[in-house]
Design a protein around this ligand. Structure first.
Ligand SMILES: N[C@@H](CCC(=O)N[C@@H](CS)C(=O)NCC(=O)O)C(=O)O
Length: 214
């Protein structure tokens, strides 16, 4: 099994899942959108995005699908398969449409665009992203009050998916600390080595620095 990855948010999530599950897997850095790279990766993922999992002559893309597969293979409850599965899918689905999406909007403006020279930070988009962030954070914070994890008593993939962008908050500067339960849950995730530093020992160039003088 081979996982193609980069240091960006979704591949980071997939690498963290693989590490958390102690998956017997080879990791290969990939940059399918870099000049001259597309032909090498198109047959693996027509979207030219990572992560991509290659196994038994098949490929799987989309971090959620990869997490599901790795958890099944490991016999782990990270991806719930019992009566908690619908609730887990609810939080994955809601997260991607709300909390994760809001984090993504702000991180795109304050992080990705400046890092990769895509353009200047659009303050109106930051404002819109922050508005959506506060709306979603209220609901997420409520869910995490008096509970350690989103579902049941142990970590599930929903926790990791929800937190996709939090390791990038040095760039996004989202006001996580305004939400006590989210902050507590995020710190708890950071105590898991596979989440805190999934790239330990892997050969992967560091991303370019953020340059804000557009
Ligand atoms: N929905 C996809 C999104 C994948 C995605 O957007 N990947 C981005 C990074 S977050 C990517 O491949 N960017 C180019 C790169 O990292 O080289 C997933 O969940 O896996």
């Amino acid at each position: 099994m081979k996982l193609y990855f980069s240091r960006n948010p979704n591949p980071r999530l997939a690498v963290a899942v693989a590490r958390l599950l102690n998956a017997n897997i080879e990791f290969e850095f990939a940059a399918p959108r870099d000049p001259g790279q597309a032909d090498r990766y198109r047959h693996l993922n027509p979207n030219l995005l990572v992560p991509i999992l290659e196994y038994s002559g098949r490929t799987l893309w989309e971090s959620d699908a990869i997490a599901c597969w790795l958890s099944r293979k490991a016999g782990s409850t990270l991806w719930r398969t019992d009566d908690d599965e619908p609730e887990m899918i609810r939080w994955i689905s809601w997260g991607k449409e709300n909390f994760v999406k809001a984090c993504d909007i702000v991180h795109w403006e304050r992080g990705t665009k400046l890092r990769y020279g895509i353009g200047a930070c659009d303050d109106r988009m930051v404002e819109e992203g922050l508005k959506q962030f506060h709306e979603a954070a209220l609901i997420l914070d409520q869910q995490l009050t008096n509970r350690q994890w989103l579902i049941g008593d142990t970590i599930s993939f929903a926790d990791l998916r929800m937190a996709t962008f939090l390791p990038f908050n040095d760039a996004a500067r989202l006001p996580i600390e305004d939400y006590a339960s989210i902050a507590r849950w995020s710190n708890q995730l950071d105590r898991i080595e596979a989440w805190r530093d999934p790239f330990i020992g892997l050969n992967a160039p560091l991303p370019p620095p953020i340059v804000s003088n557009f």
